[in-house]
Design a protein around this ligand. Sequence first.
Ligand code: ZN
Ligand code: ZN
Length: 137
Amino acid sequence: MSTLLAGGCLCGAVRYQCSVDPVWSGNCHCRDCQRISGGGYTSTFFVPEDSVAITGEVKYYEKNGDSGHPVRRGFCPTCGSQVFGKPEIIPGVLGIRAGSLDNPELYQPAMDIYTASAQSWDFMNPDLLKFAQLPPK
Ligand SMILES: [Zn+2]
Ligand SMILES: [Zn+2]
């Protein structure tokens, strides 16, 4: 049985839950992720979009990523927390920020991506796969 993955934003207005195994998990060190997180990278796991139940208003900001494809990043309009990510390059999946989980220990990153733009002060787990940009399909 899959683990319940539940969480939400800082103020609690946005909540989500699903109970499927993530299809992909990883840390993205692209400049856009650094800017939206205010940190060195974002930690995100992806699940089928139709498996997630979301409550509360989510606002999406869209920008083309380094891949040239649009990425929509969802946040709570009240507290500003980044909760979701929807890269159009992988349709049908919803990215969820690992730090928003009620139990963030459930997050198991498989790799670091866009390491070419990682910061020198950002120490990466040497045991994880590394890709300079996107992993090959
Ligand atoms: Zn909030
Ligand atoms: Zn990124």
